[in-house]
Design a protein around this ligand. Structure first.
Ligand SMILES: [Fe+2]
Length: 224
C-alpha cells in the first residue's frame, strides 16, 4: 500500500510539473539553414537560450495562478488587461516573447526555398506601390525602432496591409497595442537577433532578412 501511495505521489508530481505548461517549440529547419544571412550560432543562442528563457519565465510567472496554464497563449496575450494585475507586465513581456519568437521562426526559411509568388507581389504592389517600396518602408520601421523591439507587416481589420513597429516584446495582437492587426511578417530587432554577425549594423541585418523570408507562409497568413 505504501508503495502504491508513493507511486501515485510520484505520478501526481510529474503531472503537476508538466500540466499545461508552455513549451519551447522546435525549429522546423536546421540551425544553419538560414546561413549565410543568419548564422547558426546566433540561431542556437536565440532559440535555445533567449526564446527558452521567455518560456521559462512565463511558466514561472503563472505558477501563482496555475489555472492560467490551461489558456492558449494567444488568449493570454490578447487579454492581458483581464489578468491579475501583479502578473500583467510579466505576461506582456514573457508571453509576448514566447509568441513573437515562435511566429518569427515560422516566417523564415532557407534561402531560395520559399520565393515570393506573383499573387504576393501583386498584393504588396497594391498596398505599397512597389515591392521595393514595401521593403524600404519595412526596413525603415526595423531600423527606426528605438532600442529593442519588432517590425511588423500586419493585416488590419479592413484587409489593408500596414507596416508598424512595437517596443520590447509587444505585438499587434495585444490588448495594449496602439495599432492592432493580424501579424503577417515580422523582424526581431533586438540586438541578440543580429549582433554576433552584424554588430551595430541593424540596417544590414534588415536588408539581409529578405533572403530568408518564407513567402509561402507569409502569403498563407494574408488569407482569411
Ligand atoms: Fe529575439
Amino acid at each position: 500500500m505504501k508503495r502504491i501511495n508513493s507511486l501515485l505521489l510520484l505520478l501526481c508530481s510529474i503531472s503537476m510539473l508538466s500540466f499545461g505548461q508552455f513549451k519551447l517549440p522546435d525549429l522546423s529547419y536546421k540551425y544553419n539553414a538560414l546561413e549565410p544571412y543568419i548564422d547558426s550560432t546566433t540561431m542556437h543562442i536565440h532559440h535555445d537560450l533567449h526564446h527558452a528563457t521567455y518560456v521559462n519565465n512565463l511558466n514561472k510567472t503563472l505558477e501563482k495562478y496555475p489555472e492560467l496554464y490551461k489558456k492558449d497563449l494567444l488568449e493570454l496575450i490578447q487579454n492581458i488587461n483581464e489578468l491579475p494585475t501583479d502578473i500583467q507586465l510579466a505576461v506582456r513581456n514573457n508571453g509576448g516573447g514566447v509568441w513573437n519568437h515562435s511566429f518569427f521562426w515560422k516566417i523564415m526559411a532557407a534561402p531560395g526555398t520559399a520565393p515570393m509568388s506573383a499573387a504576393m507581389t501583386k498584393l504588396l504592389t497594391d498596398n505599397f506601390g512597389t515591392v521595393d517600396a514595401f521593403k524600404a518602408e519595412f526596413e525603415k520601421a526595423a531600423v527606426g525602432r528605438f532600442g529593442s523591439g519588432w517590425a511588423w507587416l500586419i493585416k488590419e481589420p479592413s484587409g489593408k496591409l500596414r507596416i508598424i513597429s512595437t517596443p520590447n516584446q509587444d505585438n499587434p495582437l495585444m490588448s495594449s497595442a496602439e495599432i492592432k492587426g493580424k501579424p503577417i511578417l515580422t523582424l526581431d530587432v533586438w540586438e541578440h537577433a543580429y549582433y554576433l554577425k552584424y554588430q551595430n549594423k541593424r540596417a544590414a541585418y534588415a536588408k539581409a532578412f529578405w533572403n530568408v523570408v518564407n513567402w509561402t507562409e507569409v502569403e498563407r497568413l494574408t488569407g482569411n
